[in-house]
Write a protein that binds this ligand. Structure first.
Ligand code: FE2
Ligand code: FE2
Length: 266
């Protein structure tokens, strides 16, 4: 069990827990109850952090916890200037988290589990969160609190679904070594995304969302510019068609009236 491994690791820091964790994972089977599985997952996460080998799922849960803590801090901070300072940190973390999930983790999930409603919903929710993040960032002093609260509610709902449904499925399907490789890749991408301007990333992501895209493409900036134009053109051309088809009968009626009038005169 993870508890024994944690105790070993704390009592004897030189003990290599990686091999022990692997064997414990194999021994677990399905004998644990729901509470047992939750505790076991949490303790495994602690071990991963202690051994500096966070798996992809552990990394995501750790980031969820940080984001939740930042929302609480913002809510409990009285001065608006301090709230904004915390919000900047929150936004940087959220945008970098979005990047590693949409660019690395979700594609790996799709490859391992196939596309499902669960994954599809998660992708759509990321778009909604981007919009709420943009709204909160643009908020005035008067509406910052409500906009930030709505953002928080969306993020908490999304993170809860990931932790309760998606991550356990991934943990069951992918091998520990695969999860660790992904985790390393995601950690590196997270650091890079976090160092960039979060607003530029939010705007670019929003462009893609407004164009109806849920998955990021490698040529994101180009496709995000092209997509809205083509999507706007389509409805316009479809509206034009009925107008022109209505005009045709009118003109034919007029011309037939004129013809009849001309005959009477003649
Ligand atoms: Fe997510
Ligand atoms: Fe997440």
């Amino acid at each position: 069990m993870a508890l024994h491994l944690l105790c070993d690791r704390l009592v004897n820091p030189k003990t290599k827990t990686k091999r022990r964790t692997q064997s414990a994972n194999q021994e677990r089977g399905g004998s644990l109850g729901t509470v047992g599985r939750v505790v076991d997952r949490a303790l495994t996460a602690v071990i991963d952090v202690l051994t500096d080998e966070p798996s992809a799922t552990t990394l995501l849960v750790k980031q969820h916890q940080l984001v939740k803590a930042l929302f609480k801090q913002i809510e409990g901070t009285p001065a608006h200037a301090d709230k904004l300072e915390l919000f900047e940190e929150l936004a940087q973390n959220l945008v970098a988290h979005d990047a590693i999930e949409r660019e690395i983790f979700y594609p790996a999930c799709e490859k391992a589990l196939g596309m499902s409603d669960l994954l599809g919903e998660a992708l759509v929710e990321h778009g909604v969160i981007e919009f709420c993040l943009y709204e909160a960032d643009q908020a005035t002093k008067d509406d910052f609190a409500v906009k930030c609260r709505v953002l928080g509610e969306m993020v908490l709902h999304h993170a809860k679904e990931e932790e309760n449904e998606l991550l356990p499925r991934v943990q069951k399907t992918l091998a520990k070594a695969q999860l660790e490789r992904l985790g390393k890749q995601m950690q590196e991408r997270f650091e890079r995304a976090k160092a960039e301007d979060f607003r530029a990333q939010v705007y670019d992501n929003l462009k893609q969302v407004l164009a109806g895209a849920t998955k990021p493409s490698k040529r994101a900036p180009k496709s995000s510019k092209r997509a809205p134009k083509s999507s706007k053109r389509a409805p316009k051309s479809s509206k034009r068609a009925p107008k022109s088809s209505k005009r045709a009968p009118k003109s034919s009626k007029k011309s037939s009236k004129r013809r009849r009038a001309a005959r009477r005169v003649a």
